[in-house]
Design a protein around this ligand. Sequence first.
Ligand code: FAS
Ligand code: PHB
Length: 392
Amino acid sequence: MTNHKTQVAIIGSGPSGLLLGQLLTLSGIDNIIIDRVSKDYILSRVRAGVLEEGTVEMLDKANIGPRIHEEGMLHGGFTYAFSGRVERVDMRSLINKNVMVYGQTEVTQDLMEAREATNAPTIYEVEDACPVDFDSDKPYVTFKKDGVAHRIDCDFIAGCDGYHGPSRQSVPSSAIKTYEKEYPFGWLGILADVPPVRHEIIYANNERGFGMCSMRSTTRSRYYIQCANDDHVDNWSDDQFWDELRRRLPQDVAEEMTTGPSFEKSIAPLRSFVAEPMRFNKLFLVGDAAHIVPPTGAKGLNLAVSDVHYLFEGLREYYQEKSTAGIDAYSQKALSRVWKAVRFSWWFTTCMHRFPTTTEFDQKIQESDLDYLSKSVAAQTAVAENYVGLPF
Ligand code: FAS
Ligand code: PHB
């Protein structure tokens, strides 16, 4: 057995684990990050694209470097299409706030490089990671690496290991309550090195199903179409994808779209999921380990960041001010913001997608919802507040 000792053991080297580790390290709080896969595998996963202002502020605080401000694209609004109409929510004029389009892959790469610069320990490709005795005053994490058993003795464990990770699954079922909603469809997404059709994101409600136009840069586009839950990327050639996407978009947008070969194609299931509470004595659940939202509202990554904000501040207070107030309040503070984002993501998903059960009445309700949004400054302001992210 190889023994390690640290103050905070972090399971997971995704955005939440890396950001928490970076903030702890910058505050002189020792931490070790472990992950079951390699760095390259983590960087190969294509996920989020939109960062809230609060997320960008947290990344600045983590000193991840200037790239985000050099390559990130500030968006003052987004477009939504329905019933042959194209409308826009102008966040900048309504609430003087923006979002930044900068891919999760880039965020993760910046965080990995920042961590390497601090020489804080990260162990990749571990096996059988498990939080142990987190109900005691002497918690620890066990794992294997290259066949050798390891143990990390620590003060706290941060379960930043995503929806399928061991942290939430290590909590006795009697101590945790989960809430879940599965959506009867997924998103088929592609990445292609073609210029985005518009400079802002377009969400399209269409009787054939949802379609979406996003981007990663001025030369790299990210497009999505709603697909069946049991669909498979092999069912979609690039031409079939482009044809279907164009049929779901307003005609002028479809006609202006530049298509080309995709270099990434994947299907993400859509679900809403929340685990309560998010703290179990010395174990804290963070990010996707505690909650999942459908990507429609671009909240998943941003919620992971606000969780990290609450947990980091609590741990900093514990070590620097000998106060447990912050860690004691973590779960309640995080869940309050999580549920508001879960609601917004559910609302936006419900009014933009075609459900198998959608009737003509349901379609009229969706169109009425979006028509009201287009005509009400109050409704636009509410959507803008939620889209740019509610205060931490
Ligand atoms: P992550 O899942 O990113 O990271 C968890 C880490 O824990 C992983 O590196 C994993 O390898 C590791 N881990 C798991 N089990 C382990 C074990 N047993 N031992 C050690 N390590 C272990 N959000 C958006 O805002 N917009 C989007 O468009 C969007 N698209 C998405 C598409 C997909 C397919 C998925 C899965 C998610 C998407 N999300 C999107 C949400 C996503 O961005 C998450 O919110 C974000 O990755 C959360 O970050 P983490 O909490 O760090 O979890
Ligand atoms: C993306 O660019 O991947 C993206 C953008 C906005 C969303 C979801 C995904 O709501």
